[in-house]
Design a protein around this ligand. Structure first.
Ligand code: PSV
Ligand code: MN
Ligand code: MN
Length: 388
C-alpha cells in the first residue's frame, strides 16, 4: 500500500487490546517487585488501561482474567469500562492455579476434576454475557512431566470433549480462541503444544473456534509469520497475544526483542487481509512488566505494534509482486527491507495529531503527572495473579 491516506486510515482503525494483568504487580518465580501506584482492583486496572487509550487512541479494549478480575457485579464493571471509553475484550479462563489441577484440568484423568475445569470455562461464558465480551480465550497448562505419566491420546479425547461442551454454549456473536504453548509448566508433553494441535481442534469444533498465536510460545527459530499466513488463509487466525522473548515465554514488551519479526508477522497480516474488520483478528498484548513502569510500558508496546504495522502497510505491494513473479530474489527482499528501514515515527505522529492526540504518547503520558498521582492515591496495590 503506497497511498499515504489509506495507510493512515488503516493505522487509525487498528485496535490493540491490552491485558488487565499487565497493569498489576508481577514477577518471576524468584521475586515479585511491587511497584507504587499499581491498581488495587479490576476497576483501577481499567482506569490504567484508559490512560493507555487516552494517549494512543487505539487501545479501547481490555482483556480480563478470571478469577484475577472476579467481581460481584460485572454489569457495574462493564459500565465503568464504558464510562472510561473502553470495552471489555477477551475473557481469559484460568484452570491452572488450583491444587486440583496439578495433573491437568480438562485433560485430568479424574472426571470430577474435568467437570470442575469445564464448569469454570462455562462460568467464563456467563461473564462474557454479562460484560458483552465477544471472545473466550483458552490457555491450558495441561500436560505431563514424565514419559508414561498419562495417555497422550486419551488426554486429547478429554480435551476435545470439554471444548465441544463449551463450544455448544457459545452464542452467535461469541467465539472461542484456543491458545497453544510449546512447554511450561508441563515439561514433557503439553496437551496443546503447537498451532497444528490448536488448529485441528478448532477445525473440528466449527467456525466459532479459532487459534491464538502468542508470539512467545514457540521453539526458538520457529517461523511465526508462516503460521500466521497459513492460519489467515484458512480463516482460523482469531487473535494474537503479542509480547517478546529472548529465551522462552519471557512476556517482555511487544517489539522490544525482535522488531523485525514483528514486522514480518504484520506483513503477513496485511498481505492476507488480517487488518480488515471482517477478518476479526484480535490484536492483543499478553505481557507482564516486572521491572519497568507498567502504563508507560504498555504505551510503548502499543506504539511498537503500530510501528511494525505502519512499516508493513508501507510495503510497495505492486513492486513486491512484480519482483516475486520475475523471480528476482534480491529485488523482492529489497522491497521488504525498504519498508522495514523506513522511519515511520513521523507518520504515526501525524496520525495521532489527526486524531487530536499528542504526537508522542509516551512523553505526553509521563508529563501528565498521572504516574505520581496514582503512586500517592493508591496504597497496597495487588499482584496481577502470576505472583499471587
Ligand atoms: C501463560 O503462558 C500465559 O502467558 C498464556 O499465554 C495466557 O494467554 C496468559 O498466560 C494468561 O492466562
Ligand atoms: Mn498468551
Ligand atoms: Mn504465555
Amino acid at each position: 500500500m503506497s497511498d499515504v491516506s489509506a495507510v493512515k486510515a488503516a493505522l487509525k482503525s487498528q485496535v490493540i487490546e491490552t491485558p488487565s494483568w499487565g497493569y498489576g504487580n508481577s514477577g518471576t518465580r524468584f521475586k515479585v517487585f511491587a511497584q507504587p501506584g499499581v491498581p488495587r482492583d479490576p476497576f483501577e486496572k481499567l482506569a490504567d488501561a484508559a490512560q493507555v487509550h487516552a494517549y494512543t487512541g487505539v487501545a479501547p479494549k481490555v482483556s480480563l482474567h478470571i478469577p484475577w478480575d472476579k467481581v460481584e457485579d460485572y454489569p457495574a464493571l462493564t459500565r465503568h469500562a464504558e464510562d472510561l471509553g473502553l470495552r471489555i475484550g477477551a475473557i481469559n479462563s484460568n484452570v491452572f492455579q488450583d491444587d486440583d489441577f496439578k495433573l491437568g484440568s480438562v485433560t485430568h484423568p479424574d472426571p470430577k476434576v474435568r467437570r470442575k475445569a469445564t464448569d469454570h470455562l462455562l462460568e467464563c461464558v456467563d461473564i462474557m454475557e454479562a460484560t458483552g465480551s465477544p471472545d473466550l480465550k483458552l490457555w491450558f497448562s495441561d500436560g505431563t512431566n514424565y514419559p508414561g505419566q498419562d495417555d497422550i491420546s486419551g488426554r486429547q479425547d478429554r480435551l476435545a470433549e470439554a471444548l465441544a461442551e463449551v463450544y455448544e454454549r457459545l452464542g452467535d456473536d461469541q467465539r472461542m480462541l484456543l491458545e497453544y504453548k510449546l512447554f511450561e509448566p508441563a515439561f514433557y508433553t503439553t496437551d496443546v503444544p503447537d498451532w497444528g494441535t490448536a488448529y485441528a481442534h478448532c477445525l473440528k469444533l466449527g467456525p466459532k473456534a479459532q487459534v491464538v498465536v502468542d508470539t512467545g510460545h514457540h521453539a526458538p527459530g520457529t517461523n511465526i509469520e508462516f503460521i500466521v499466513a497459513f492460519l489467515l488463509r484458512e480463516g482460523k487466525l482469531g487473535a494474537f497475544d503479542f509480547n517478546s522473548r529472548f529465551y522462552a515465554d519471557d512476556d517482555l514488551m511487544a517489539g522490544a526483542a525482535d522488531p523485525f519479526q514483528l514486522f514480518r508477522i504484520m506483513h503477513e497480516v496485511v498481505k492476507n487481509g488480517g487488518l480488515e474488520a471482517e477478518t476479526n483478528v484480535n490484536f492483543m498484548l499478553d505481557q507482564c512488566h516486572n521491572i519497568e513502569a507498567k502504563i508507560p510500558a504498555v504505551i510503548r508496546s502499543v506504539t511498537n505494534v503500530q510501528e511494525a504495522t505502519a512499516k508493513a502497510l508501507l510495503i510497495d505491494s505492486e513492486a513486491l509482486a512484480a519482483a516475486q513473479h520475475s523471480g528476482d530474489v534480491l529485488a523482492s527482499n529489497g522491497v521488504l527491507m525498504d519498508a522495514f528501514n523506513t522511519d515511520v515515527r513521523p507518520l504515526l505522529a501525524e496520525v495521532r495529531e489527526e486524531l487530536g492526540l499528542a504526537r508522542d504518547p509516551f512523553a505526553a503520558y509521563l508529563a501528565s503527572g498521572n504516574q505520581e498521582r496514582i503512586a500517592t492515591d493508591r496504597v497496597g496495590g495487588e499482584q496481577a495473579g502470576w505472583g499471587a
